[in-house]
Design a protein around this ligand. Structure first.
Ligand code: NI
Length: 245
C-alpha cells in the first residue's frame, strides 16, 4: 500500500517535475526573448537619441569663438546695427565715447538691456599718451561715470584711442585694456563688401574684430560678417566672454 501509493506519488512528482521544467523553460525562453527585444529596442532608442545629440554637442564643442567690437559710437547707424544683431541673437562689445553716450542715452541703455558689453573709449577720443597721466585718467573716469549713470554698471574694459596709453597710466587703472586682432580699416574703406571680405579672410578662432558703428558701411559689413561666420560655425561672444570664459 505504501509502496503502491509511494509509486503513484513518485509518478506524480515526476510528471509535476516535467511540467514544471517545461513551464520553467518556456518562461526562461520567453524572458530571454523579451530581454533580447528590450535590448534591441533600447539599442534603437540609444542610436536614435545619440544620433540627435552627437551632432549637436559636437557642433557646440567645435564652435569657434570670435568677438565683434565697435568703436567711436554711438552714431546714427547704431540703432540699425542693434536691430540686426538682435535678429541674429548676437551680442557684441561697444567701446563708446563719453560725449556721444551723453547724446544717445537710450541707445546706451538698449545696448545694456540687450546683453551687449559697453566698454570705455575715453570721453572725447583723446590720444591718451600725449596728455598727462592725470588728464588721461580723468578722460577715462568721466566716461565711466556717464556709462554707470545710464546702465548702473561700471565698465571693466578700456580701449584707448589709437591703441595708445602710457605704462604709468596702466598701473593706475583698474580696467582691462582691450586692443584687437582683426582690423579691416573700415574707416578708410567705406565699402561694406570689401570690409566684410577682409575680416572673413583674416579672422581665426578667439579673435577680436575692430569696426566702427559710426559708418553705415561698417554696420552693413558687420551683419554680413555675422551671417558668413555663423555659417562657418563661429559663435559671436562679448570680449569679456572671450577673455574670461
Ligand atoms: Ni576710436
Amino acid at each position: 500500500m505504501t509502496g503502491h501509493f509511494g509509486n503513484k506519488i513518485r509518478i506524480c512528482a515526476y510528471l509535476a517535475a516535467i511540467v514544471g521544467l517545461y513551464f520553467l523553460t518556456s518562461q526562461i525562453n520567453h524572458f530571454l526573448g523579451e530581454g533580447q527585444k528590450r535590448t534591441e529596442s533600447m539599442g534603437g532608442a540609444v542610436a536614435v537619441s545619440s544620433g540627435e545629440e552627437t551632432p549637436f554637442s559636437q557642433t557646440e564643442a567645435e564652435q569657434k569663438k570670435v568677438a565683434l567690437t565697435f568703436d567711436d559710437g554711438p552714431g546714427p547707424y547704431t540703432e540699425r546695427l542693434l536691430d540686426g544683431l538682435k535678429e541674429r541673437n548676437v551680442q557684441a562689445t561697444f567701446f563708446v565715447l563719453g560725449e556721444k553716450a551723453e547724446l544717445c542715452p537710450e541707445t546706451i541703455q538698449r545696448m545694456h538691456e540687450e546683453g551687449h558689453v559697453i566698454g570705455n573709449h575715453t570721453y572725447s577720443h583723446t590720444q591718451l599718451n600725449v596728455i598727462s597721466c592725470e588728464q588721461a585718467l580723468e578722460e577715462v573716469e568721466r566716461t565711466n561715470q556717464v556709462i554707470e549713470r545710464l546702465t548702473g554698471e561700471r565698465p571693466d574694459l578700456l580701449r584707448p584711442p589709437y591703441g595708445e596709453c602710457r605704462d604709468m597710466m596702466k598701473k593706475n587703472l583698474d580696467m582691462v585694456i582691450t586692443l584687437w586682432d582683426v582690423d579691416p580699416l573700415d574707416w578708410c574703406t567705406l565699402h561694406s563688401d570689401i570690409v566684410a571680405k577682409r575680416v572673413i579672410e583674416d579672422v581665426k578662432e578667439n579673435d577680436i574684430i575692430l569696426l566702427h558703428d559710426i559708418y553705415e558701411t561698417s554696420v552693413d559689413a558687420a551683419l554680413e560678417i555675422v551671417d558668413e561666420l555663423t555659417e562657418q560655425n563661429y559663435k559671436f561672444v562679448t570680449v569679456d566672454e572671450l577673455l574670461f570664459p
